[in-house]
Ligand binder design. Structure first.
Ligand code: NAP
Ligand code: G4F
Length: 345
């Protein structure tokens, strides 16, 4: 019998790579998607086969982290062996604008799932997408023993979920793990996170579609890895003999400024000519520097990050250049992008 996984956040960056990974390993994959007025499945469209076709291994269900009854219904009907809980309001800057919603989804969403698992008496394993953002102002290198000092509503919500996982593990014996993942990126990264904003900006400037790229705090330091490698780490945590918490990171930090320089240089451009400051992208409190120590994952899971920032930059810039070249966007003033983090003209 194929093992069955339920993935929340399957339409996101990590969810799409995890779905690919699990399908390759013969899993039956069930994903929860949100009802939206436009299609929101572009990251997994290549995996989706019409459910009327026999042998389909990917199934999509409508659901929402705010709707505990629906989550319980899905858990009791799908009856997964493994639950990967990736859904969240995942943007740190946005969490300052929508702190209550972030708490409801990113924090309470986890307890809704775990409490449903407990009430149903479901025998399954549970993965929680915890974050290096929980370390906040604790100095690097950060590992599983580093004190948490979150600096954003997103960080505090993730910390609530982190402790909920530990509590359900200890109180009820549920196999629940926290993957404390440092930043991981890819061509599928949301366009308003800094690495993708840069790679996309470089491609557009190179094509003559934009003149400038407007940025916030470029002194911040992050430990950027490659998302497909991190979903492998998630799966390894779920196959371990006992449930535990693990950091996944490359162990090397780069500033946003360095990422900018590498990205523009890869396209043959000098970043100082194009990058401008816009205070809209600053945060009320910033996480200045996160650099992870993933030694525990290396020793116990055999997991090591192979791709580091310089290679990641090339992967992302090349992908965005290809995307821009294939869309034939006319070189005229384009409409402003809606939503948070538009690139101002
Ligand atoms: P992402 O691309 O922003 O994807 C988030 C996913 O959550 C999307 O599928 C989104 O659906 C879904 N979602 C958001 N709110 C929801 C709600 N109220 N109900 C149901 N689904 C909802 O995030 P990601 O980069 O893949 O990250 C995956 C998880 O890892 C997140 O929990 C994130 O906080 C955490 N994390 C990420 C990183 C990183 O560097 N990427 C590092 C540490 C932890 P729509 O597509 O409909 O918006
Ligand atoms: O790309 P970011 O928005 O990622 P951030 O805040 O580190 O959060 C991401 O990684 C976390 C892992 O620790 C995840 F948990 C979380 O879900 C998310 O995936 O910003 C990175 C840095 C920040 O210091 C930010 O202030 O880049 C700085 N930055 C500078 N200018 C900018 C910009 N960030 C964005 N998004 N846009 C800018 O223009």
């Amino acid at each position: 019998m194929a093992r069955r996984a339920l993935v929340t956040g399957i339409t996101g960056q990590d969810g799409s790579y995890l779905a690919e990974f699990l399908l390759r390993r013969g899993y039956e994959v069930h994903g929860i998607i949100r009802r939206a007025s436009t299609f929101n499945t572009h990251r997994i469209d290549h995996l989706y086969v019409d459910s009327h076709i026999r042998g389909t291994k990917l199934f999509l269900h409508y659901g929402e982290l705010l709707d505990g009854a629906r989550l319980a219904t899905l858990l009791s009907t799908v009856r997964p062996d493994e639950v990967y809980h990736l859904a969240a309001q995942s943007h740190v800057r946005v969490s300052f604008d929508e702190p209550e919603y972030t708490g409801e989804t990113t924090g309470l969403g986890t307890i809704r799932l775990l409490e449903a698992i407990r009430q149903i008496g479901l025998d399954c394993r549970f993965y929680q997408a915890s974050s290096s953002e929980m370390f906040g102002s604790s100095p690097p290198p950060q590992n599983e023993g580093t004190p948490f000092r979150p600096r954003s509503p997103y960080g505090t919500a993730k910390l609530y979920a982190y402790w909920t996982v530990r509590n359900y593990r200890e109180a009820y014996g549920i196999f629940a793990v926290n993957g404390i993942l440092f930043n991981h990126e890819s061509p599928r990264r949301g366009e308003t996170f800094v690495t993708r904003k840069i790679s996309r900006g470089v491609a557009r400037i190179r094509a003559g579609l934009d003149r400038h790229l407007f940025m916030g705090n470029i002194d911040a330091i992050r430990d950027w890895g490659y998302a497909p490698e991190y979903v492998d780490g998630m799966w390894r945590m779920m196959q371990a003999e006992t449930p535990d918490d693990y950091v996944l990171a490359t162990g090397v930090g780069y500033s946003v400024r360095e990422f900018l320089a590498l990205a523009f240089e890869h396209a043959g451009l000098d970043w100082t000519k194009y990058v401008r400051f816009d205070e809209r992208y600053l945060r009320p409190t910033e996480v200045d520097c996160v650099i992870g120590d993933a030694e525990k994952a290396r020793v116990l899971l055999g997991w090591v990050a192979e791709v580091h920032a310089p290679q990641l930059v090339k992967i992302m810039v090349d992908a965005d250049i290809r995307a821009v070249e294939s869309t034939h966007t006319p070189r005229i003033d384009r409409p402003a992008i809606s939503g948070w983090d538009p690139t101002p003209r």
